[in-house]
Design a binder for this molecule. Structure first.
Ligand SMILES: [Zn+2]
Length: 238
């Protein structure tokens, strides 16, 4: 995504996008997000839980080959993640977001902080991993699932391995920059076999969950940048 940043900044500066207000902002909008997510518990929820959607999810490609892992919890958490990415885009960030949950409960949720902090290391996934460790009071996140709208990059994938996160679920792959499909940090078995005290086994990786919905956020956020992304093959199919 680094290559896209200059283009992003040029376009964004011309649009005078609002400033990203950070965690406090997300805390204030969280009730609104919850309210929005509540839509899915009503008629729309039944719509999204239709057989057609289940069939589509069942076709989702799993790098781990475990189709049974596509369940309603994954759908619910991914929708939450997608909504966070939409809010991030409106707040002047690239629309990346991440959610970490354990035993069905959210322990961390965050959007990119890169523009807000002027720091390219503040990707949503890596900030979410930090949040989850603080929330649970441990560096061992075994049993946790990390959700992101786009495949985590190698930088974010490394702490995922180090914290022993058990599952990684994303909507759209990133064949150009991904931590699984390009540089297989998530799937590497060498580090965990040689240093099992420091690295967990490769997490289950599942992709394609609600990919069209995730792509729609990017397309509405900025159709021009979305077109460039598609043209360059930065993201996988959605
Ligand atoms: Zn990253």
């Amino acid at each position: 995504m680094d290559r896209l940043l200059p283009l992003t900044h040029r376009i964004r500066s011309s649009l005078a996008a609002p400033q990203f207000k950070g965690l406090d902002h997300f805390r204030t909008i969280r009730p609104r997000v919850r309210s929005w997510l509540g839509i899915f518990q009503g008629p729309a929820g039944r719509l999204f839980g239709s057989d057609a959607v289940r069939r589509r999810l069942a076709r989702a490609h799993s790098l781990a080959g475990d189709q049974a892992a596509v369940d309603t919890l994954d759908e619910r958490m991914m929708r939450r993640c997608i909504e966070l990415s939409r809010v991030a885009g409106k707040a002047g960030e690239l629309p990346f977001a991440a959610v970490i949950c354990k035993d069905g409960e959210v322990v961390a949720e965050i959007a990119n902080q890169v523009s807000r902090d002027g720091d390219v290391t503040r990707h949503a996934e890596i900030v979410a991993v930090s949040q989850a460790q603080r929330a649970l009071g441990t560096t061992n996140l075994q049993g946790c699932t990390l959700y992101s709208t786009i495949e985590p990059c190698p930088m974010c994938s490394f702490p995922i391995r180090e914290t022993r996160i058990s599952r990684v679920v994303f909507a759209i792959s990133s064949p150009m920059m991904g931590g699984a499909s390009r540089w297989d940090v998530l799937g590497d078995t060498h580090i965990s076999k040689r240093m099992p005290e420091a690295f967990g086994p490769p997490p289950e990786v599942l992709t394609g969950v609600l990919s069209k919905e995730a792509a729609s956020v990017w397309r509405r956020w900025n159709p021009i940048i979305w077109g460039v992304i598609r043209l360059r093959g930065v993201f996988g199919p959605s």
